[in-house]
Write a protein that binds this ligand. Structure first.
Ligand code: AMP
Length: 177
């Protein structure tokens, strides 16, 4: 992405203090979505992180990963696979649990979502502690997907989410804080 486009994206992301709970600064990406040309630039930027490799499927994480991931899949003419919070997918699933600050969470994928050896790219809006992305990647590996990269609009570097993703997976973020 060109520096001027990164600057535009950076300017559009809105910090919301104390949402959804005290002490959290929520990175609101809706100003990016409502700006057609900027939304398109963001989709371009995320697709570029695959570095020209052939993608068979985009895997998006519940819920904002669906917005970016589905637009990327449509642009590329490839399939889209949702990874959802536990209990939302109707068919046969496999799940992975991960730790939150308080307690546990679980994400699920449909067992027939990815075929063995398919080139896939994982997408979400934001990498924080990396718990969600780490669990999502575990599911993709379990189904035999060949992970090209895990790409995010935003990375909160101070939370070191990459430690939950692992060195074997290329991790990309358009903006880092
Ligand atoms: P984590 O598992 O800690 O990496 O959290 C990642 C998920 O939580 C992503 O799906 C994000 O959309 C969401 N998230 C976590 N922290 C924030 C934040 N500060 N602003 C916006 N979304 C967040």
């Amino acid at each position: 992405m060109k520096q001027e486009d990164i600057d535009r994206l950076n300017d559009a992301i809105r910090d919301v203090q104390d949402f959804p709970q005290p002490g959290i600064v929520f990175k609101d990406i809706t100003p990016v979505l409502r700006d057609g040309p900027l939304f398109r630039l963001t989709i371009d930027g995320l697709i570029e992180t695959a570095q020209g490799e052939r993608i068979d499927k985009i895997i998006g994480i519940d819920a904002r990963g669906f917005i970016f991931g589905a637009a990327m899949a449509d642009r590329l003419g490839v399939g889209f696979v949702p990874i959802r919070k536990k209990g939302k997918l109707p068919w046969k699933t496999t799940g992975a649990a991960y730790s939150l600050e308080y307690g546990e969470a679980e994400v699920e994928i449909h067992k027939d979502a990815i075929e063995e050896g398919e080139n896939v790219m994982l997408v979400d809006d934001l990498l924080a502690t990396g718990g969600t992305a780490g669990a999502a990647l575990k599911l993709v590996k379990e189904l035999g997907g060949n992970i090209l990269c895990a790409s995010f609009l935003i990375e909160l570097e101070f939370l070191d989410g990459r430690k939950n993703i692992g060195d074997d997976i290329r991790t990309e973020a358009l903006l880092k804080y």
